[in-house]
Design a protein around this ligand. Sequence first.
Ligand code: URA
Ligand code: SF4
Length: 191
Amino acid sequence: MEELDRLRREVENCRRCDLWKVRLNPVFGEGPEDARVMLVGLGPGYHENRQGRPFVGPAGKLLDSLLALAGLRREEVYITNVMKCYLPDNKATEEQLKACTPYLDRQIELIRPKVLIALGNVSASYLLSKFGMKPMSMGRMHRTIYRASTIFGEVVIIPMYHPASALRNPALKDVVKEDWKALKEGISPFL
Ligand code: URA
Ligand code: SF4
């Protein structure tokens, strides 16, 4: 899609926040342009910065197996992040978020997914707020399907724990697995 390609080039040349100085490769996102399911993480880590692709490190490896639990293949979903450039401390400031999120907004408008899977707190908070809903802690948001109406029809937002938090906190891993298993049934009415 021409508009999506144009947006990608814009991101590749972007200097709207200070993160352009430390990035090796911006990570725009990838997947079918007509994907019904779109995954939104936080931002590129070490491996993503080197390869210019989302979720290619250890969290990405776990994500692949979690997708399988939900009956999804990586090739059929669109994967991107809230932030497009390397986050050295895995944290984005308000200012950086404000500078970068218009790119995600455009991506969503162009891809028009039916289901938005928000990976982690920052992504879930951003997406829920964007569509006029109130974010809570992930402990309260996970397993909830939020419906939003948009200019391109209804979209559901599903907050999920970030795969990296399951790696950091092994006690969470079973919860996360159960969440992804439940996702299979949960999203089927919306696809
Ligand atoms: N964590 C994220 O949030 N996004 C990636 O692309 C990789 C790790
Ligand atoms: Fe631009 Fe986003 Fe990269 Fe900042 S993080 S330089 S706003 S693409």
